[in-house]
Design a protein around this ligand. Sequence first.
Ligand SMILES: Cc1ncc(COP(=O)(O)O)c(C=O)c1O
Length: 431
Amino acid sequence: MTISKTNRPASIATFERVESQVRSYSRSFPKMFDKAVGATIYDIEGRAYTDFLAGCSTLNYGHNDPDLKAALVDYISADGIAHGLDMFTDAKEGFLSTFDRLILKPRKMDYRVQMTGPTGANAVEAAMKLARKVTGRNTIIAFTNGFHGVTLGALAATGNGKHRGGAGTPLSGVTRAAFDGYYGPDIDTAQLLDRQLSDPSGGIDAPAAILVETVQGEGGLNAASAPWLRKIEAIARKHGALFIIDDIQAGCGRTGGFFSFEGMGLSPDIITLAKSLSGMGLPMAVTLMRPQYDVWKPAEHNGTFRGNNHAFVTAQAALEKFWADDAFEREVAAKADDLGSRLQAIADRYDLTVMGRGMMRGLKVGTGQLAASICRTCFANGLIIETSGSHDEVVKILAPLTISNKQLNDGLDILEDAFDAALGAHRIAAE
Ligand SMILES: Cc1ncc(COP(=O)(O)O)c(C=O)c1O
């Protein structure tokens, strides 16, 4: 049976009539899409858009990478297991052994891999529960502008008031600390946290964990410095807490290395990964823990979809294609340099700030209204791009890492023109 596209008139009115109003991205991009290849997504009228959103960093290797797609089609055609709860399957073995061989071992990382439910939020839930179980403590320290998902446990760690407002119940078990640079460059927020934790009357209960993003994906692309992160890890150790890095958005090559903290001298106790882990946009999330902290009892963090075998197949193919040597990493680093230079040129022209790191960059424009208007102009001109930050004041660039230099630069031309249009100046020809 094939689903015919021709005998049903596809209409956006269907979404307005049937789908919950909780939907969000579709409000910024009110077109119907039916096809996507690489860094391009097509609407049903055949108009091409360059995708600088990439599923919020879920499509780091682009849409429908041919090798990942072929691996999946072959697996399905051979009646490979689609769903097997958490039973042993050859697809899971293939992913685990490849992840161990290409990612963990070369980095001398000794971690156990927990298959959580397939969303990032569930990986964070598992990380928080595990830290509480290991330490016997309740409080998790999370940071201003942090985003960790919207299920109740993860939402307690998320700073964003709009998301927190949806909880309908008190969010507990998390104490907020100031992220790197929150009070400006002269205030060392790590020192403040240590001071408060070291003071028996500082008001923070002994923490189970400190949970941090190295670059805050939703919170405005604030990038923590390596020294600050090292201090936070040391503070966690000093106070008997586990150190958790949420690498769901910044990981899988987005900031350069496979993990966003590579080369920083950090050894997190727990790491969460999701988004681009499956390589093809299929739901998949994991929580990595140091072996001594793997204290779960069987089925204690259960779930029907802990083991998306189709995702295992594409994840393995992605690891083999992009992470078997350092060629991809070097290519991404070069692209990130070009991206940084082009954004810096716009920033210099209009006195703006470039945010983020690697291929996770943005321009802080001051207000959410201005950022939204720039994104709207981009969309009208064939570029899909979104905002980030506490006031949605950062225009955020999350192009697929595999995008060609030409398409990246063409997309940046559209972006630059939108800045020129919004900020009222004319494009200064660089040449
Ligand atoms: C750093 C981080 N953690 C957790 C999540 C939650 O992931 P999911 O939306 O898959 O639940 C996100 C999503 O954007 C994220 O950026």
